[in-house]
Design a protein around this ligand. Sequence first.
Ligand code: TEU
Ligand code: CA
Length: 569
Amino acid sequence: MKREAKWWKNCVVYQIYPRSFRDTNGDGIGDLAGIIEKLDYVKELGCGAIWICPFYASSDYDNGYDITDYQAIHPDFGTMEEAERLIEEAHRRGIRILIDMVLNHTSCEHPWFLESKKGRENPQGTPNPYRDYYIWREGKNGGAPNNWEAIFGGSAWTRCGEEGDHYLHIFSPMQPDLNWESPELREELFRMMRWWLDKGVDGFRLDAVCYISKDPEFTDSPDGNIRPCASFGPHFEAFARELNREVLSKYENIMTVAEMSESTPERAEIFANEDGSIFSMIFQFQHMDLDGGDSFKWTHRKIELPALKKLMAYWQTNLYGRAWNSLYWCNHDQPRIFSRFGDAEGPLREKSAKMSALCTHMMQGTPYVFQGEELGMTNYPFRDISEVRDLESLNAWEHFVGNGIHTEEEMLELISLRGRDNARTPMQWDDSPNAGFSDGKPWIPVNPNYPQINAKDQLTRENSVFRFYQKLIALRKEHAILTTGRYEPLDLEDPDTFAYLRITESEKLLVLCNYRAHEAGVKLTEELWSEIQEKTVQLLLTNEEDGSAPVLASTVTLRPYEAAVLKIA
Ligand code: TEU
Ligand code: CA
């Protein structure tokens, strides 16, 4: 399958969390054969690529993000032959494959780490060649080398033995950080990535890659927060350029999306530059953090629409012509978007899901659809900690409940709002037991709303959320302006609506969204209103059941959760 230059620019990517997608052998865990089985479904939706979360051999403390062998398939997921067949079957359908590369850390059970932790020297007194693959430091004053806190809780350092050095782990102690300062380590990783590209994969999602270069002094963090100290270190740009030179540039038109919390448009301009010298695009997190409170993850506040609109406009305008955006609200680390914004429990559930999809998909960048998002899947109502699987949530439970900061009820509520398992409950295929995900007992509970929300039902209905996503994805292919048009925000201060223009020399698209269950107005500029009166306006898509367009006026009144895109030419 030939890869066109920058093929991702008018492509929508479908993200698969393999454990929860489709189980074909009844062990309760999704597998590669399940992905193959559902490729036609992805094709029908219209997505041109899939990103598959890690399926490598793993110790599974963090569901595959703790790799023990980058060049083997976890037996729960299948075999290497099945991985090869998956690549082939996807390509046969015109679907590209992006695999998830965890380059910042391995599992503590990876053979490299097992060797590394043996000490600085071999028993013969020669240097241990694997010592340098990880980051070891002496403790200070009987404690850790510095005050950095791991993202999944506790100190970011763990001591090996009573006398030993401490190793660094940005995430959990089971995920020791690799030492990118070692040229041997870098070459091992690059060789492994080329091996996968030789198998025919079309690119990578680079997990937590902004952390591969750290502050070389390991200075204390002002508040213990590790993210600013351990990300975008002084050698990051050099490492990223080397990765491009040694791996990506050796193959034609490979796509890479680099996951980078702590990103800014200035950083995007370096790392996702249009010249292709580093990565194709990045995942930034700023919009994801708008509803986190002061302690980021485990607090919750409402997203204020003006703040969101300004933030999106900031990214859309600053990257225009310079770097490429990714567009997403959902992934395996995030609660479900329609529970965050929409009418998840109310009568306008489907309409609100379509609204927020339209709002995102009409922007510039590559949209990502996370499995189940196209059905309007919602958060899981956790009632008991025994239903929770994610180590991040379990650690937080231990910390907040264990230390009496939150009651059990409060913490379950927070996990239901913010926890990563919300995204990881099984894909809802139909209304049969276990939502058609598995004939066995699923590794994580199925959302009880599957009889109402499932793919089988939505495929039979013309006005379903699935059908709406299908139309959004098709629009991107039909209208070049969605790829090339400049972004201009409208009515930024309005607290209820989200509106913007996409603009080229010859046409404009007007995107109008109401984020509320009541009517709300979008104030157009005088210039735009007179242009509308002079030109032809065509409705491209609406989420109104009767297909009617909003009534245009200098202030457009939108119906509850209404969303529409209009072409002005
Ligand atoms: O996530 C990286 C990351 O920055 C996380 O801290 C993210 O912000 C967090 O999951 C939100 O709760 C990646 C993967 O996407 C995640 O699934 C892994 O657990 C993590 O790396 C470690 O590999
Ligand atoms: Ca299985």
